[in-house]
Design a protein around this ligand. Structure first.
Ligand code: TYD
Length: 225
């Protein structure tokens, strides 16, 4: 990922043709990444939509380079927040907004809610600063805004997520190396985001089996008209 990027900017906007923007969130080990590709295939097969799968931090050549630094180099929490939103600005401008305007449905593995959860909840960056950055980067106006139409929050207890990460046996990035208290704060900040934005959040129990989670997703997606 990102697998199928859209790069050309359409010449005209047609609000009725605008694609939907779906984001997936959750603490490390919550299982969201197992569902991204499936979600794309489902939307193509059952909705007949053109679908773009992408991720953050990353999603553009510049963003993928910065991702490597963000996941490995120590930095001030506010530097981290600014870089996350800088990567996002590029991603929105070069990939997400043009795709949505072309009627493409965009499925993004993490987006701005991750900054509220990790940099805000996890590292204590002031929520008002994050909010200012989000307002800047998301853009304004119903047909222009890049606020997600649907956010799927995969929620699991931190111990369950930790066990999955350990079982996977791969090297841990800088965020995955944080302690249990950090991940607990991130989890609760995500749940707080869900309470603040009930119109777009669906909290999915990530402890259910793959088949059970997918049945729930089918149900949730049916409401996305
Ligand atoms: P992740 O989706 O976990 O990548 P992978 O599944 O390949 O390990 O994302 C990488 C990390 O980036 C994750 O630990 C959370 C962190 N992150 C933030 O701290 N803030 C953000 O705004 C974003 C988008 C991600």
């Amino acid at each position: 990922m990102p697998s199928d990027r859209v790069s050309s900017v359409p010449s005209a906007h047609d609000a009725t043709m605008r694609g939907k923007f779906i984001t997936l969130e959750g603490i490390d080990g919550a299982g969201k990444s197992s569902h991204v590709r499936w979600l794309g295939d489902f939307l193509r097969a059952h909705g007949g939509h053109n679908v773009l799968l992408t991720r953050e931090p990353g999603g553009t050549p510049l963003g993928e380079k910065l991702r490597a630094s963000l996941l490995s180099e120590a930095m001030h929490p506010e530097t981290e927040a600014l870089l996350m939103f800088a990567v996002r600005r590029e991603h929105v401008a070069a990939v997400i907004a043009p795709a949505l305007a072309q009627g493409v449905w965009v499925v993004c593995d993490r987006f701005s809610d991750a900054s509220f959860a990790y940099q805000g909840g996890g590292k204590g960056v002031d929520r008002r600063r994050l909010q200012a950055l989000e307002n800047w980067v998301h853009g304004e106006g119903a047909s222009q805004s890049c606020t997600p139409d649907l956010t799927l929050l995969f929620d699991v207890p931190c111990e369950v997520a930790r066990q999955r990460i350990v079982l996977a046996g791969r090297p841990l990035d800088r965020f995955e190396q944080e302690d249990a208290q950090f991940h607990d704060r991130v989890r609760h900040a995500y749940l707080d985001q869900a309470r603040r934005h009930p119109e777009r959040f669906h909290v999915v129990n990530g402890e259910l089996s793959l088949a059970e989670v997918r049945a729930k997703l089918v149900h949730i997606l049916a409401d996305l008209t």
